[in-house]
Write a protein that binds this ligand. Structure first.
Ligand code: ZN
Length: 136
């Protein structure tokens, strides 16, 4: 599996509007917001150099982010960019790594993503994201 870079850090927040106000006061500017109905979240991406912070607000009480926020706030996941997500998942499956997603799902902005179980990564929820193909 070839990991290219940290794509973003996912931060769970009860209110996107309040979090954006707080982050703006820290000097961050949102680049894009996305509704992801399939995940029950609304997200905002804040550029940090070549990576991003992803703020995640639940829009559905049954979503994973809503459940996370019942226990705590803050850092929810780390997302790394991989060259080929299908090959990466096949390789990890072959090594017996505990996956949450056997197959990629559609994440914010229509990207193909997959989550590994925190037990596989030192207690961190790790998200893999397919690198965009180079524009020809
Ligand atoms: Zn993410």
């Amino acid at each position: 599996m070839k990991v290219l870079k940290i794509d973003h850090l996912g931060i769970a927040v009860p209110s996107l509007a309040e979090a954006l106000e707080a982050y703006r006061a820290l000097g961050f500017e949102p680049e894009a917001t996305h509704e992801v109905p399939s995940e029950g979240v609304r997200t905002a991406f804040l550029p940090v150099g070549e990576s991003h912070l992803e703020l995640l607000e639940p829009t559905d009480a049954g979503s994973a982010i809503a459940k996370f926020l019942e226990r705590r706030k803050g850092l929810h996941h780390v997302c790394v960019l991989v060259e080929d997500i299908d090959a990466a998942l096949a390789e990890l499956r072959g090594r017996g790594v505990e996956l949450i997603d056997a197959q990629p799902r559609t994440g914010a902005g229509g990207c193909r993503v997959a989550f590994l179980h925190p037990r596989a990564a030192g207690g961190v929820l790790l998200e893999l994201k397919q690198a965009e193909p180079d524009p020809a």
